[in-house]
Design a protein around this ligand. Structure first.
Ligand code: FAD
Length: 257
């Protein structure tokens, strides 16, 4: 509601009894962001964002923001960025209150992330998970099919390094004894994957002992053409050689803070 000068002087609400006008000196809009509005995501964040999964509720469609802007409010905030992370590709389109955030997959610093061609495209161990996870969703979205796969080997499982979210029944996961077998199960290019993992393993500084709890400096060296692209500054790089390989199919999830 506005007075003749355009000043907001109340709000009209719709309740069980119908519409009601409430006069007020000021109105605080607390209707969330626009994370559940595919059109607004695409408009402000860019192409492809209309296809992502939303971790939160389906009701935050930017109504409050649009309502305020339509009566002359000044826009404010970081419209072109968001919190986006690895999220199970088979998760529902919006958050599930029984599973909550367990669709996320955040143990990636202890494995590799590859696309459907079997290629890495970011530095999994650039820093501790807390400092990287909200920024990696955008990188996943740029990959073919907006998909990526996390791969771990047996020693990561044996050391208990996978978070609880990897063991929920809803997790999309495959397991095989060889990389080729696993790649075929998931329709990933087997040659591309084997080449990538072999190249990666050969580049890991095995002279530095692996310690998953600190930035141990065990990085890759000499990954041709990859070092700059991936950051080249891994603080910890596990060798993927032991036992079975586990894959998690991940998509991205998005929410607006
Ligand atoms: C699974 C999950 C985990 C999170 N974990 C963390 C965390 O660990 N730490 C952290 O800081 N943040 C976390 N967040 C983010 C945090 O929850 C949000 O930033 C915060 O809740 C935003 O508060 P808000 O009041 O602005 O909006 P919301 O809490 O989203 O509330 C908006 C409300 O407005 C209602 N609404 C929307 N449109 C309309 C309309 N047209 N009419 C009437 N009502 C409407 C919605 O139904 C909703 O109830 C998490 C979010 C999710 C989804």
């Amino acid at each position: 509601m506005q007075d003749d000068s355009g000043r907001v002087n109340g709000i009209q609400v719709l309740g069980p009894e119908g519409f009601e006008d409430i006069a007020a000196r000021s109105v605080v809009l607390a209707s969330g962001g626009f994370e559940a509005n595919a059109e607004m995501r695409c408009r402000y964040l860019g192409p492809g964002w209309e296809m992502v999964k939303v971790r939160g509720i389906p009701y935050n469609t930017g109504d409050g923001i649009n309502m305020a802007i339509n009566v002359g409010a000044q826009s404010h905030g970081h419209y072109s960025s968001c919190h986006s992370v690895a999220w199970d590709m088979n998760a529902p389109a919006f958050g599930d209150r029984t599973v909550t955030e367990l669709f996320q997959k955040h143990s990636y610093p202890f494995g590799l992330i590859v696309n459907v061609n079997g290629e890495r495209f970011l530095d999994e161990g650039y820093d501790f998970r807390n400092y990287t996870y909200v920024t990696y969703g955008r990188a996943l979205l740029t990959q073919p099919q907006g998909l990526a796969f996390q791969v771990f080997d047996q020693k990561i499982i044996d050391r208990g390094l996978l978070r609880d979210e990897y063991w929920i029944p809803q997790a999309t996961m495959a397991k095989a004894d060889t990389l080729e077998e696993l790649a075929r199960m998931l329709d990933i290019d087997p040659d591309g994957l084997v080449k990538e993992v072999e190249g990666y393993n050969a580049a890991v500084r095995t002279d530095i002992p692996y310690n998953a709890t600190v930035k141990d400096g065990r990085c890759t060296e000499g990954l041709e053409g990859k070092q700059d692209e991936l950051g080249g500054d891994s603080r910890y790089s596990p060798l993927l050689r032991v036992g079975c390989y586990y894959w998690h199919i991940i998509h991205i999830r998005w929410r607006q803070n």
